[in-house]
Design a protein around this ligand. Structure first.
Ligand code: HEC
Length: 187
């Protein structure tokens, strides 16, 4: 009786081990582009980098403009003044952000060479995501881009994200430069 129980437990452990190995084999089979698509989808890059439209169930990312950043046609004026504790505002497209840093605009992550990341190389992308510097060595990347967290991905995962972004159909859309915070009111 006891022996049968031991055999069953050993059998169960072996089965779980086999199932785990199968899972690992599946994951290893995913190409970098597939892995990158999975990461970009699950990490919510579309939430900020794909402009929102009003859909049947309310605001939602407009996937016909997938990852193309703040639409160049949507003009943004001076940041609204907010009474504390309110301190941040976002546009209806979820691509323009006002806060103490001024106004930031979500970047075009499609493969367009002029307005997207088509001309970037892998090293620049990894450096930008890790250092929080524009193009991997320029001005600080502004909020709400969560680079301190997305930059924690392994090199392999960041390479996969980049491979996927390079495969995203190009959309020509020139995102504006960030706006400086307005000068404090003089008294
Ligand atoms: C909460 C909103 C938000 C999320 C989520 C987000 N981003 Fe961003 N991202 C931004 C904003 C805003 C900017 C522009 C910041 C600036 O101009 O300084 C930006 C800029 C970038 C840039 C340009 C960096 C540079 O050198 O100027 C890259 C690349 C980027 N994001 C990749 C990603 C990826 C990949 C993901 C998902 C893993 C992601 N972002 C998720 C808001 C977001």
């Amino acid at each position: 009786m006891r022996r049968a129980a031991v055999v069953m437990i050993v059998g169960f452990v072996a089965l779980v081990g086999w199932a785990c190995r199968q899972g690992a084999v599946q994951a290893a089979k995913a190409s970098p582009v597939e892995r990158g698509k999975y990461l970009v989808t699950a990490m919510g890059c579309n939430d900020c980098h794909t402009p929102w439209k009003l859909g049947m169930k309310g605001p939602e990312p407009d996937m016909t403009r997938m990852l193309s950043g703040h639409p160049e046609g949507v003009q943004v004026g001076a940041a609204p003044s907010l009474a504390p504790p309110w301190g941040m505002a976002g546009s209806l497209t979820n691509t323009a952000w006002a806060g103490p840093w001024g106004v930031s605009f979500s970047a075009n992550l499609t493969s367009d060479p002029e307005t997207g990341i088509g001309a970037w190389d892998e090293a620049m992308f990894i450096a930008a995501m890790r250092s929080g510097q524009h193009l991997g060595g320029g001005r600080p990347i502004l909020p709400p881009m969560p680079w301190p967290f997305t930059g924690k991905l392994t090199d392999e995962d960041l390479k996969a994200v980049f491979a996927y972004l390079k495969s995203v159909p190009p959309i020509r859309n020139k995102v504006p430069e960030p706006l400086q915070p307005s000068a404090p009111p003089s008294h």
